[in-house]
Design a protein around this ligand. Structure first.
Ligand code: ATP
Ligand code: MG
Length: 409
């Protein structure tokens, strides 16, 4: 049997990038032979094994055939007769369809190296269209390698468009989609992921709420970029530039969904979009079964981002309500993430990327002040139950008033 490195390990080594996860393919072996050598089987669906010592993945060379809708609708055929070329042709992109042996001899039947040099993301064969997840994968790779100058080949984008129009994308499970979406959002240029999905019509299917933001104007005085979709892309880009975590990036993507619902007569104003957007944010959250912390932050940022921008003008009582809504006493980190999302929103405006955002420190200071109110003295004064809660609120309001006065003095 022969063992080859495949996929990302080969691609990233040729690009001169660090290789973290190594996928290997085994040609000329049977499951029995693998087990006899101590490999541990893992794949419920595919013949994949873990190396007894290194724990790295080894997959038997296989071919696959589409037999139904979605990802479940595949039949696999693995046998010692399946060649390396046959295994490579079922892969998504030419740059992902190269293999190398121990001596770094390259097997590259579909010209991945040529496309690497030309900076092109190109599908390997028409079988690309058999797994709709590949639409998301290509968009993710476009986001990852945009900085190196990679773009999607027109014929691949065309196939992605056909896939998006065919209704196949709806067959993807929430889990598979979220895995791609979350990884893509964590790339250096996550906005490219959204752009590519939009270019091929997949955004309209996967997140129509985000797609609807393109073409919706905002007041030029606050938003020189005008278009809400372009603004959203810039906010996402800022979040990546500032190395924000996934929660913040997810919230950035969804913060303005309400603007897609504004009646045209009201354009470019978006009265109460924070409120109207909540049901849309909830729907997108649930569609992809986003993790709880992502869901929560997206809803809170959707509802309160304008409060963040107006922080310095908020009455002490409104400031207190904001801090209470975030449960800043037990969840300080979540409030930090809210502040970060607001700042990215402010920076995601054309020409205003470098403008300072004093609201951030002001909000932090307010949170610190409110959290500084001690419970003990109130307990000692005999407060308990709901009365204690009320007394705490009164004390917090007092310190926030003092904080606000000191800040504006
Ligand atoms: P990463 O750096 O993100 O791990 P990768 O290319 O190694 O990138 P994996 O998800 O680890 O991506 O998959 C390994 C290889 O398996 C890919 O390079 C590709 O050849 C193939 N592959 C994975 N998923 C698919 C898919 N849905 N359709 C076609 N080929 C796929
Ligand atoms: Mg990999």
């Amino acid at each position: 049997m022969q063992v080859y490195k495949v996929g990302g390990a080969v691609r990233d080594r040729l690009l001169g990038l660090p290789v973290t996860d190594i996928d290997r393919v085994v040609v000329g072996a049977t499951t029995e032979e693998m087990l006899a050598q101590g490999f541990r089987p893992v794949g419920a669906d595919f013949p994949v094994f873990l190396h007894p010592k290194t724990g790295e993945e080894y997959a038997l060379a296989r071919t696959e055939r589409k037999s139904g809708r979605g990802y479940g609708g595949f039949t696999f055929y693995a046998s010692p007769e399946v060649t390396l070329e046959e295994d490579l042709i079922r892969r998504d992109l030419t740059i992902n369809a190269m293999a190398e042996d121990d001596q770094q001899n390259l097997t590259d039947p579909y010209h991945g190296q040529r496309d690497l040099e030309a900076r092109i993301l190109r599908h390997v064969s028409p079988a690309f269209a058999e797994d709709p997840l590949r639409v998301l994968r290509v968009a993710r790779f476009a986001a990852r390698y945009a900085g190196l100058g990679f773009t999607v080949a027109p014929e691949t984008l065309e196939l992605m468009r056909e896939l998006s129009e065919s209704g196949e994308l709806q067959a993807l499970t929430a889990e598979r989609s979220w895995k791609e979406i979350s990884r893509a959002l964590l790339e250096d240029q996550p906005q490219v992921f959204i752009e590519v999905l939009r270019d091929c019509g997949a955004l309209k299917v996967l997140m129509p709420e985000v797609d609807a933001l393109f073409g919706v104007p905002q007041p030029e005085a606050h938003h020189p970029e005008i278009d809400t979709g372009l603004h959203t892309l810039s906010v996402l880009q800022q979040a990546a530039l500032h190395k924000q975590p996934l929660t913040v990036r997810w919230a950035c993507l969804l913060h303005d969904l309400g603007k897609g619902l504004t009646p045209q007569e009201e354009w470019p104003r978006h009265i109460a979009h924070e409120h109207t957007g909540l049901k849309l944010i909830k729907a997108v959250n649930e569609r992809f079964k986003a993790p709880k912390d992502c869901q929560e932050l997206a809803l809170l940022v959707g509802q309160y981002h304008t409060h963040g921008h107006r922080a310095l003008e908020l009455k002490a009582s409104t400031l207190l309500e904001l801090l209470q809504s975030f449960d800043v006493y037990r969840r300080p980190q979540r409030f930090e993430e809210f502040i970060a999302a607001c700042e990215m929103d402010a920076r995601g405006r054309k020409g205003l990327e470098q403008r300072s955002y004093p609201q951030a420190d002001y909000l932090r200071g307010a949170a610190t002040a409110a959290r500084g109110v001690a419970v003990q003295p109130l307990l000692e004064q005999g407060f308990k139950g709901p009365a204690l809660g009320e007394a705490l609120k009164r004390e917090r309001l007092k310190v926030l008033k003092a904080y606000k006065d000191a800040a504006s003095a």
